[in-house]
Design a protein around this ligand. Structure first.
Ligand code: NDP
Ligand code: BG6
Length: 518
């Protein structure tokens, strides 16, 4: 059953599952950066996905803003042509209806005249579509523009929010460049906005498989009792990409994988598998547990950083049979760049539940294939009752949470193989999202845009959680920027198409373990 909550009454039925989904209030969605990659690849398709599922309010409009000169008509044409793909062959009419709700304003974000035009456009669209002055402002622009845009919105009274209408701001990553700049950015946002108006997005939290971690852990009684250092040997969290830096060298060659993936996506994955059960599934309940967990993550000791975290950069190699160039030869990359495109680290959590359990995490570009996975290895049986087998001969149970591209959960266990009395095999129980539910999970941005319209910050990042995560990684980044330290913490070049530098394997070998094959 799907239970719908105010304000629009609509009952959807969903036979076998218990679902709750609310419909948002009338809303205007204002996107800064409307000519950019994120808007066209993610935001517009996700808003259209919600529209198709009747999860956008009836009263809505989308207003895009950027410097590029488009008329409303040109902006709509672009949207129509992008949405008219193989997924939408039968949705032609709906695309037309949706596109009529899309508008465009061009101007320079630094210019005051843009904001007076914007205020006028918003007022007239609010009136035309009866959106009750509820507004979402999406910052799909380079981060150095956030403050000036939000200050201008504040000056025009567009960030005003009360019980009768809301004003919310979605801020994209990267949120700051290190702890200091993140704190500074946050301070400036809070001069104009309250924390409950700020939606710091981490799109990994919107992925179905990532959300499922909480359901898996806290809606089943089977796993939680063994989810601790008595039964679990180690966790491995991998987010591997086969793509290189693509067209984003300008940003990436200053950021690197720690800022791009670890401070945000990887830490959010870690938080979901390692946090304590929240008091309730709401924003503060979940964020309170995340902050507790992040405070327990052991800070890396600077003088032996290379024992804990390995850095690499891709060299030339082959992906899918095609030759690819080394990172330093990519367009826009400094030919002497020391930026890391790969990192692998051993993280420890100093609390009762996880004392002594390593969390190995790795992420990189130009690895063998695109795969994101969390592997939980349980401890071996404490004693073997089988005369010919020692405990070392009995493989541990392994739980794999597949995040992408396969989406599901696989549990491996030992079973008797037909034949001689003591013939044992490792079998797997396999849950595949698409196979079971018959549909591909929606894009993460659909969930997150809907949640923002509903005023639910559970899957967004609270300010203290974001800062605590920066405080774990800032010393590492600073250390790697220091020329002398750099020599000690060598940048290992790995061939494109591999699983990263061999030093990342040695990180686990020192503990008598190895990375699971993906
Ligand atoms: P793009 O460069 O493709 O687009 C940026 C937008 O901002 C464009 O509309 C551009 O349009 C405008 N813009 C760029 N520079 C300036 C400037 N100096 N002054 C005014 N406007 C400018 O970036 P993305 O869409 O890829 O990314 C947008 C934001 O989202 C960034 O913060 C990025 O880190 C973040 N992000 C993006 C992801 C993605 O998948 N693309 C994933 C995660 C985060 P115009 O020149 O017409 O004004
Ligand atoms: C983004 C990073 O946040 O996430 C990119 O900036 C990375 O560098 C991307 O490629 C990965 O996202 P996904 O959803 O494709 O795993």
């Amino acid at each position: 059953m799907i239970k719908l909550i105010q304000p629009e009454k609509k009952i959807l039925t969903c036979k076998d599952f218990f679902c709750t989904e609310s419909l948002p209030k009338p809303t205007g969605i204002i996107i800064f950066g409307a000519s950019g990659d994120l808007t066209h690849r993610k935001l517009i398709p996700s808003l259209f996905g919600l529209f198709l599922k009747d999860l956008l309010p009836k009263n809505f409009y989308i207003l895009g803003i950027a410097r590029t000169n488009f008329t409303d008509g040109e902006f709509r044409e672009k949207i129509i042509s992008e949405l008219s793909n193989e997924d939408n062959t039968s949705n032609g009419d709906k695309i037309q209806v949706f596109s009529k709700r899309c508008f465009y304003l061009s101007g320079d974000y630094e210019s005051l005249s843009l904001y007076s035009d914007l205020k006028w456009s918003i007022k007239s669209l609010d009136k035309e579509f009866y959106t009750d002055r509820n507004r979402i402002f999406y910052m799909a622009v380079p981060p150095d523009l956030y403050i000036s845009i939000i200050d201008n919105l504040g000056d025009l009274g567009l960030t005003y929010d009360d019980d009768s209408s809301y004003s919310r701001v979605i801020v994209e990553k990267p949120f700051g460049f290190d702890l200091e700049s993140a704190v500074e950015l946050d301070k400036k946002l809070h001069l104009v906005l309250r924390e409950d108006q700020i939606y710091r997005i981490d799109h990994y939290l919107g992925k179905e498989t990532v959300q499922n971690i909480l359901i898996f852990r806290f809606a089943n009684s089977l796993f939680e009792p063994v989810w601790n250092n008595r039964y679990i040997d180690n966790f491995q969290i991998t987010v591997a990409e086969d793509l290189g830096v693509e067209h984003r060298a300008g940003y990436y060659d200053h950021a690197g994988v720690i800022r791009d993936m670890f401070q945000n996506h990887m830490m959010q994955l870690l938080s979901l598998v390692a946090m304590e059960p929240p008091a309730s599934f709401d924003a503060n309940g979940v964020h309170d547990e995340k902050i507790k967990l992040f405070r327990s993550v052991r800070k890396f000791s600077e003088n032996e950083l290379n024992r804990w975290i390995i850095r690499g950069q891709y060299g030339a190699g082959e992906i899918d049979g095609k030759e690819v160039v080394e990172y330093r030869h990519e367009k826009g990359v400094n030919p002497e760049s020391k930026i890391e495109t790969f990192a692998a680290g051993k993280f420890l959590i100093d609390n009762w539940r996880w004392s002594g359990v390593p969390f190995y995490m790795r992420s990189g570009k130009r690895l063998q294939k695109r795969v994101s996975e969390i592997v939980v290895t349980f401890k071996r049986v404490p004693h073997s009752i089988f005369p010919q087998l020692s405990t070392d001969n009995i493989p541990p149970n392994i739980l794999r949470i597949n995040i992408q591209p396969e989406e599901g959960i696989v549990l491996s266990f030992q079973a008797k193989h037909p034949g001689p009395k003591l013939c044992m095999s490792t079998l797997t129980m396999n849950f595949d999202y698409e196979e079971v539910f018959g549909e591909k999970p929606p894009d993460a941005y659909e969930r997150l845009l809907l949640d923002c319209m509903l005023g639910d910050q559970t899957l967004f990042v609270r300010d203290d959680v974001m800062k605590e995560s920066w405080s774990i990684f800032t010393p590492i980044i600073q250390n790697w920027q220091n020329e002398q330290e750099r020599v000690k913490n060598e940048l290992h070049i790995y061939p494109s198409g591999s699983w990263g530098p061999m030093e990342a394997d040695e990180l686990l070998q020192k503990d008598g373990r190895s990375w699971h094959q993906l």
